[in-house]
Write a protein that binds this ligand. Structure first.
Ligand code: F6R
Length: 608
């Protein structure tokens, strides 16, 4: 869960490395470092953000035609300069993203051979192993290949050797790494956003690949050491998509991009009168008609999307649906139902727990697998036969926003396709629902207009240490998502409860210091929710209610109400998400937090 960049050129590559790291900071941002060869290996590292490293590079006049760089999210060892990458051994410098599971055994062995360790990381063993292989007489590529064959776990690495100043060697297994093909210069990075500044031509390395990169050439060999050609893709990612534009923060930009992101995700159904199963990939029709249930596997916000989908799938398509947190499922002994459709949901498609859960499902004989994902080239998409790509565009803010609403959009489409195949919805109903979907981007734009009202609430939440979020039915997972957003960026402790559960315990927490958010759509459960809200008021709790117009909830003492402009029927959870995202965003701003890079977190959780 770190970002790496490498460059080989005839020009000074330090600015390219720094810009690349800045783009990759979403992957980790607790320390950074780089190494270049300029008449010898020069390494700079610093705790903190890439900006601190940039200042250091300026002070030291760092220059070079070849270099590697890293932005870190600590797993083994505290975020400090000594643990920052690159790690060196003799004239070798290495940057690493991933986790080396057998590092302790390798470390013990290397220490007994006289190697000294200067960091607490798992990554440092890679530098020493490569050094040992070079001493043994291997060339750099051979040493890297021999080294990675000893590693258990996941890695993307880039390696430099001071006595070989025109060559960089990279390798990957289990975490992303791509090459950028420039004119008279070549690059490597964890993702395309780091390289858009220099090229659009990208080669996605596959697991087991090792590549040797010089100014002129790229030589790739596969897991068996056989030379291979990998296709060059022209990235369609626009530089605007990874820039801030007129916004102050990526999270803000991404919240406001939601109408467009949902419209893009719906592009394939915009003019359709009816839905085709093939939206989910070639052969989806046959697969979806065979399944008798759905098993959703995901983490965090993507898991919440899955919990919402369970309500849709069971109520509309009429088939059983289970939703599991991937990090739990992967270590259970679940009883598999081979006729279940396994749906993985992920923004990044690189989340280690979700990938491992999918692997387990596969090993248990689950043949029907669909990925709902925002990154076309990701490991998750590659490991799934059926796929639906959400078209949210790059999501950079660590707190997931537009990925969530586009995942929900995809899950409605899946529900409708399953329902249609089972004869559960009439043609008229299908048409009406499609119409509602087409209206969704406009409805989202209307809901965004509540921002000034939500902003007024944010100060209260920013001052509080705790908050409760209540919802019922399909809006309970939306309450969970609201609580997650608030805690991850404002650091206010927030809990979500199904409102009917209040009296079974959490009501004891409610007093005048506990702001309580209630999600109050005008649905069948609204009268029940109103009773639960009374339970809160009776204990002095202050309510912040997000209500549909037809919920008929009037503001009063201790009861603040924002009415959402559009009532969207089954799509209501998607609309109710927006004010919760805005609440977390503004509360975090009031608290002076770094909303795009909250403490202790990173965007892609590619390690366990
Ligand atoms: C919360 C958030 C995380 C992710 C989770 C899964 O705002 O972003 O909870 O949702 O780490 O990530 P993906 O969707 O990339 O698998």
């Amino acid at each position: 869960m770190c970002g790496i960049v490498g460059a080989v050129s005839a020009r000074n590559i330090v600015p390219v490395l720094l810009e690349g790291l800045t783009q990759l900071e979403y992957r980790g941002y607790d320390s950074a470092g780089m190494a270049v060869i300029d008449g010898g290996l020069k390494r700079l590292r610093s705790a903190g953000r890439v900006s601190a490293l940039a200042a250091l590079a300026g002070e030291n006049n760092l220059n070079g035609n070849i270099g590697i760089a890293h932005t870190r999210w600590a797993t083994h060892g505290a975020p400090s300069e000594r643990n920052a990458h690159p790690h060196v051994s003799g004239g070798i410098a290495v940057v690493h993203n991933g986790i080396i599971e057998n590092h302790q055994a390798i470390r013990t062995r290397l220490i007994s051979r006289g190697y000294e360790f200067t960091s607490d990381t798992d990554s440092e063993v890679i530098a020493h192993l490569i050094h040992a292989r070079l001493e043994h007489g291997d060339d750099l590529v051979g040493a890297v290949r021999a080294t990675v064959s000893e590693l258990e776990g996941a890695y993307a690495i880039a390696v430099l050797r001071d006595s070989d100043p025109h060559r960089m060697v990279v390798a990957r297994m289990g975490v992303p790494l791509l090459l950028g093909v420039g004119a008279g210069e070549n690059f490597a990075a964890s993702d395309a956003s780091a390289l858009l500044q220099v090229t659009r031509n990208m080669i996605y390395l596959q697991d087991g690949d090792v590549a040797e990169i010089t100014v002129r050439d790229l030589h790739i060999s596969d897991a068996h050491g056989k030379p291979v050609e990998r296709a060059v893709h022209v990235s369609e990612m626009s530089a605007d998509a990874v820039g801030l534009g007129p916004y102050q923060h990526f999270m803000q930009k991404e919240i406001f991009e939601q109408p467009g992101a949902v419209a893009n995700t719906l592009e394939m159904v915009v003019n359709a009168q009816s839905l085709s199963p093939e939206l989910f990939g070639v052969g989806a029709s046959a697969v979806l008609s065979k399944v008798d249930s759905v098993l959703i596997l995901a983490c965090g916000t993507s898991y919440h999307a899955g919990v919402v989908a369970r309500y849709w799938i069971e109520a509309i398509a009429g088939i059983p649906c289970n939703v599991e947190i991937a990090s739990e499922y992967r270590y259970r002994d679940p009883v598999p139902n081979p006729r279940a459709l396994v749906v993985t949901i992920s923004q990044s498609g690189e989340t280690a727990d979700t990938l491992a859960a999918l692997e387990l499902a596969k090993s248990l004989g689950h043949e029907f697998r669909l990925a709902i994902c925002n990154v076309a080239e990701s490991a998750l998409v590659r490991a799934s036969d059926l796929r639906f790509l959400t078209r949210a565009g790059p999501e950079i803010g660590v707190a997931s926003t537009k990925a969530f609403t586009t995942q929900l959009t995809a899950l409605v489409l899946l529900t409708l396709v399953l329902a249609k195949q089972r004869g559960r919805i009439s043609t008229d109903r299908e048409r009406t629902l499609l119409e509602a979907m087409r209206h969704l981007p406009a409805a989202l734009s209307h809901v965004l207009l509540v921002e000034p009202l939500v902003k007024k609430w944010a100060g209260r939440f920013a001052k509080s240490e705790h908050a409760l979020f209540l919802g019922r039915g399909i809006h309970y997972p939306i309450a969970m998502e609201g609580a997650l957003k608030l805690k991850e960026i404002s650091y206010v402790h927030a809990e979500a409860y199904p409102a009917g559960e209040l009296k079974h315990g959490p009501l004891a927490l409610v007093d005048r210091d506990m702001p309580v958010v209630a999600i109050a759509p005008g649905d069948a459960l609204i009268e029940k929710l109103k009773s639960n809200m009374q339970e809160v008021r009776a204990r002095g709790g202050e309510l912040y209610v997000l209500a549909d117009q037809n919920a008929h909830i009037e503001p009063s003492e201790g009861m603040h109400v924002i009415e959402l402009p559009d009532h969207a029927g089954i799509l209501s959870p998607i609309l109710h998400t927006i004010p919760l995202q805005l609440l977390a965003y503004h509360a975090a701003l009031v608290r002076g937090n770094d909303v795009d890079k909250p403490r202790n977190l990173a965007k892609s959780v590619t390690v366990e």
